[in-house]
Design a protein around this ligand. Structure first.
Ligand SMILES: Nc1ncnc2c1ncn2[C@@H]1O[C@H](COP(=O)(O)OP(=O)(O)OP(=O)(O)O)[C@@H](O)[C@H]1O
Length: 629
């Protein structure tokens, strides 16, 4: 026990040394002092120390936003009196400054929002009044893409009813500046490391006095790091930091308990619901810098109440001068330049807490994550991906990709047409015919993207697919994670999927070796687990007549095999596999979530029969002819 305590103490020292390391490495104030500005040094250091100290102790966690309904009257700012006049009849009006400290010259009239629009509903969900980490959350929040969450289908005699899951823990969104410099971000991580170590010391001391808790799961009982307060510390810090760290947290959160311990998953689940919100002054700084100080001249109104606070940016509704309703995604300052250091810091934290199993090949995963995140931070790239998808899907019934408005976009601001619809998981509440239709459409587009376009949107977040019931259309958003796949990879991958569907062991092994999933040196145990995993995933494609995802236990079977594979794996998966498997498992999980029956084999073989192996340029003809379904 004493040894364990000493180890924990050592970890605390390590945590604190992270603080020192960051300060020494990055501090611009030390540079200031070197130049003789001692007063500046004292002022700035004192401020940073105060913020970090109060953050660590949990005293200052930002200003809690009162998101209770109705939404704040002052959230919409009008730049165009005629547009405002057209919309405001009967509504309360009053003068209001655009930002914290400035006035708009041509108009500053604000009014309450029109109730009842989809966008309002989205925003209302985002802004629901909930207690921090409140068990009785009143809304599901806008980031309702919990891949692990289950929908209960209850047989009510002759028919079935989908019972929505009980509301999960919600965290109150808070208005906090994003730490935008490498120094402030480094300090944030260092503070988190020290905070976690402190939590661990407290738990170790408690255990020394009262003994280890009996009721916790095995891993939590073993590690004094895995306490509820530490998990909350982690969640709060990630929501505040945003950027790469939050994105990584969200990625990890869709793993299951066999990979990531339960208390960590609970914390990451909170993280997935959305980040803190930038204050107006910081938001205006980004908009001015990106679009120029005259950005308001392109709009007739802008809603300062965000529709969503995601990991890399927050999204606001606006109306253009021409009257088009748009969504403006505005990137948090500093996140693009901090990807490398954020990931290194997360890695340090994970190493030092010893929480992630070796077989995850974290280094390789982190390298891939770095590349993916830099692409996602480039909104010009996202705009071009979105336009490409808009072209590709123009002939495909049931899908819509919103327009990009280039004149109100930049590298860090992306403005697109606002679309309607509910996140795809909400389709679980609609009738069976609709659920089957949507499941069918989701699989169709996944197969088209991979095997026809060889260009795929790889983020399976529920809210990236907004289903509009009135038009039976899936509105697709968020193309930051879209990527191309080489023809040779897609050729072999299709062969492997078909081998899995046909339960052809030898072909699965051969294709897996060609794709780089296996080295050829694996033990029989590993080969068996790998092939079984392939067969489980191939199950929906194995029989004609429709696969019933309502009774599927694919995820359970895979996670059982996952543990074996982690232990016996000799090589990390090929780089292409990270995003691809995230997307494929996202599609399956969506079908499970909405309880769809989908003719998977028929859909796969429609693609397979038309597929031409071995030619580099065969895709173009299929692409221009629209859907093959
Ligand atoms: N064109 C749009 N129409 C309607 N809602 C939108 C639109 N664009 C974005 N949103 C809303 O904003 C949310 C976040 O947008 P988006 O997914 O593009 O951001 P992100 O930074 O890539 O998010 P994430 O961290 O989840 O990847 C969406 O889930 C959706 O609720």
């Amino acid at each position: 026990m004493r040894m364990a305590w000493l180890k924990d103490l050592n970890r605390l020292v390590n945590g604190l040394s992270l603080v020192a390391r960051e300060i020494a490495k990055r501090s611009p104030v030390i540079e200031t002092a070197r130049n003789g500005d001692i007063e500046g040094l004292i002022r700035s250091t004192a401020k940073q120390a105060l913020v970090s100290a109060t953050d660590l102790s949990g005293l200052t966690r930002g200003k809690v936003r009162d998101f209770s309904r109705p939404r704040p009257m002052e959230s919409v700012v009008y730049f165009d009196r005629s547009a405002e006049a057209a919309q405001s009849s009967g509504d309360l009006e009053r003068k209001h400054p655009i930002g914290d400290d400035r006035e708009v010259d041509n108009a500053e009239v604000v009014r309450a929002n029109d109730p009842g629009s989809q966008a309002d509903r989205n925003a209302d969900e985002t802004c629901s009044s909930v207690e921090e980490l409140d068990d009785q959350g009143v809304s599901e929040g806008n980031k309702s893409h919990n891949l692990a969450e289950e929908v209960n289908v209850v047989d009510v005699g002759g028919g079935e009813m989908v019972v929505p899951p009980p509301p999960a823990k919600r965290r109150k969104p808070r208005e906090r500046r994003v730490p935008a410099t490498p120094f402030s971000r480094g300090l944030g991580f260092a503070g988190l490391g020290a905070g976690l170590a402190w939590g661990m010391i407290q738990e170790s001391t408690r255990r020394l006095v009262y003994g280890s808790p009996q009721e916790q799961d095995k891993q939590s009982a073993l590690s004094p790091f895995l306490t509820k307060s530490n998990a909350e510390r982690l969640a709060v810090a990630l929501c505040r930091m945003r950027g790469a760290a939050l994105k990584l947290g969200q990625m990890l959160s869709i793993q299951d308990e066999s990979l990531v311990p339960a208390p960590m998953l609970a914390a990451l689940d909170i993280v997935r619901q959305g980040a803190d919100v930038m204050p107006r002054s910081q938001l205006n700084q980004v908009l001015d810098a990106e679009l120029g100080p005259n950005w308001t001249s392109k709009l007739s109104s802008f809603d300062y109440e965000p529709l969503a606070a995601a990991s890399i940016g927050q999204v606001h509704r606006a109306v253009t001068k021409e009257g088009l309703q748009v969504a403006m995604k505005i990137q948090y300052p500093g996140v693009a330049n901090s990807i490398e250091s954020d990931i290194e810091n997360v890695k340090l934290l994970l190493d030092y807490t010893n929480l992630i199993p070796k077989g995850l090949y974290l280094d390789r995963a982190m390298k891939v994550a770095k590349e993916e995140l830099s692409r996602e931070c480039d909104y010009e790239l996202e705009a071009s991906n979105q336009k490409r998808f808009r072209d590709l899907l123009s002939g495909m019934k049931g899908f819509y990709v919103p327009m990009v408005l280039d004149n109100i976009s930049s590298k860090r601001v992306l403005t697109t047409e606002l679309v309607q619809g509910v996140p795809i998981d909400k389709v679980a509440l609609l009738d069976q015919e609709t659920r089957n239709y949507v499941g069918n459409k989701l699989l169709e587009i996944t197969l088209m993207e991979l095997f026809v376009f060889r260009f795929m949107q790889t983020d399976p977040n529920w809210s990236n697919f907004l289903y509009d019931e009135a038009t039976r259309t899936i509105n697709l958003i968020d193309f930051g994670a879209a990527r191309d796949y080489p023809k040779s990879f897609v050729d072999d991958y299709l062969r492997m999927v078909v081998a899995c569907a046909n339960q052809d062991r030898d072909a699965v092994i051969e294709m897996s070796q060609r794709l780089g999933f296996l080295t050829g040196e694996e033990s029989v145990v590993m080969l068996d687990a790998h092939v079984q995993g392939g067969f489980v995933v191939g199950l929906p494609f194995s029989k004609t007549g429709g696969y019933d995802f309502r009774s599927s236990n694919i995820t359970q079977s895979i996670s059982n095999l996952g543990a074996t594979m982690l232990r016996h794996r000799l090589t990390p998966p090929p780089d292409e596999a990270y995003s691809l498997h995230r997307k494929l498992s996202g599609t399956f999980l969506a079908c499970i979530k909405i309880g769809a029956v989908v003719p998977c084999r028929e859909l796969l073989f429609k693609v397979y029969e038309r597929y031409q192996f071995g030619h580099e340029d065969d895709g173009a003809a299929m692409v221009s002819s629209g859907s093959i379904f």
